[in-house]
Design a protein around this ligand. Structure first.
Ligand SMILES: [Zn+2]
Length: 349
């Protein structure tokens, strides 16, 4: 199957009332793990690469690996997404490379660290939307600022520092025409999200629900949404790792989000933990081994297990065959003639 538009994938998810995991990749084994999990669970899927991943793998390798996935798994709709684009240029280069979706994270300035003003965010996001939609490419924007740092991107600090204001979310959606909207509700990037199981004082699901009420047709995105399960932490630590105790976003909270307009859920840390735990276990138990396949194979299997579980929990499992892909050229036409609306439906307060 050719790569599909993330907009189509999310529109279908909204119709079906489910969420779609967006899994980060840096290398071949991670792409293989995701695709095997998608095949196993018959799931449409979003594969995403950060700027750091594009640097690590090099653009051409990354693009051709994902192209290979689309050839090998013709039954699986795949959207290829730029995670946290920091500037118009980053998004433009992703589109030129063949990504079918980009995130313009204008919540931060181009340095990827300093919070930007609302007007700066609107301006750069609008510019990316104009450029991307002309080419049939989906755009995710961000309003409010996530906590933590990942791949060198992030304002740092607590997830509670810049919670999204629902009124601003409405204005942002109206003025930018984004297809999907990432919001800040207390989550953070990286492994250290919460110091205990999060409750409503730190994980603001009420804010998410308020935004969904105002923007009932806008696809919401949860970032920093690994669950950081204890068993994956334990495996890492059991075999010589030194992770400090930490809590992620419980799956039941993500499922509550999915019932309230969340269509894309970003997961990276859980996969990193699964891979690292599996590698540590092999090297700890069999220090004589030196063939990378001896530990990369179990690492890949461990990630596949986590991804397949999330696909089932998010509800995307079983939906790979629901629809035929619309070509990116036809998506571009849809944006142009208005059949693919970018004007959000706004409900009264
Ligand atoms: Zn993120």
């Amino acid at each position: 199957m050719p790569l599909v538009s993330m907009r189509q994938l999310l529109d279908e998810a909204a119709k079906g009332g489910y969420g779609v995991g967006a899994f980060n990749v840096n290398d071949m084994e991670q792409i293989q793990a995701i695709m095997e999990a998608a095949k196993e669970t018959k799931s449409p899927v979003i594969i995403q690469a950060s700027r750091g991943a594009r640097q690590f793998a090099q653009d051409r390798y990354l693009f051709h690996l994902i192209l290979a996935a689309s050839e090998l798994y013709p039954e699986i709709p795949i959207a290829m997404h730029q995670d946290h684009g920091n500037s118009f240029e980053t998004c433009k280069s992703a589109i030129e490379l063949g990504f079918t979706s980009v995130m313009m994270d204008g919540s931060l300035k181009a340095d990827g660290k300093t919070p930007a003003s609302f007007e700066e965010n609107v301006e750069v996001t609008r510019k990316v939307v104009d450029y991307a939609h002309e080419r049939g490419v989906t755009v995710e924007g961000e309003i409010g600022v996530l906590g933590g740092v990942e791949d060198g991107h992030g304002a740092g600090g607590s997830g509670l520092d810049h919670i999204t204001d629902p009124d601003q979310a409405v204005e942002f959606a109206e003025r930018t025409g984004v297809d999907a909207l990432a919001i800040a509700i207390g989550t953070s990037h990286g492994a250290y999200k919460f110091t205990k199981k999060p409750d409503g004082s730190v994980l603001k699901m009420d804010v998410l629900i308020a935004i969904h009420k105002r923007l009932p047709n806008t696809h919401l995105v949860m970032h920093g949404s690994s669950s950081v399960p204890q068993d994956l932490q334990d495996i890492v630590n059991q075999y010589g790792g030194k992770l400090k105790p930490t809590w992620g976003v419980p799956v039941e909270e993500i499922q509550l989000g999915i019932r309230n307009g969340v269509r894309k859920i970003n997961v990276d840390t859980d996969n990193r933990l699964a891979i690292t735990g599996a590698i540590r276990k092999v090297l700890w138990e069999s220090p004589e081994k030196f063939d990378p396949r001896d530990y990369m194979k179990p690492a890949r299997e461990a990630m596949q297990k986590v991804v397949a579980l999330r696909m089932t929990q998010f509800g995307q499992a079983g939906h790979a065959g629901d629809y035929q892909p619309v070509s990116i050229a036809d998506i571009a036409k849809g944006y142009k003639d208005g059949s693919l609306s970018t004007r959000p439906l706004v409900a009264a307060k």
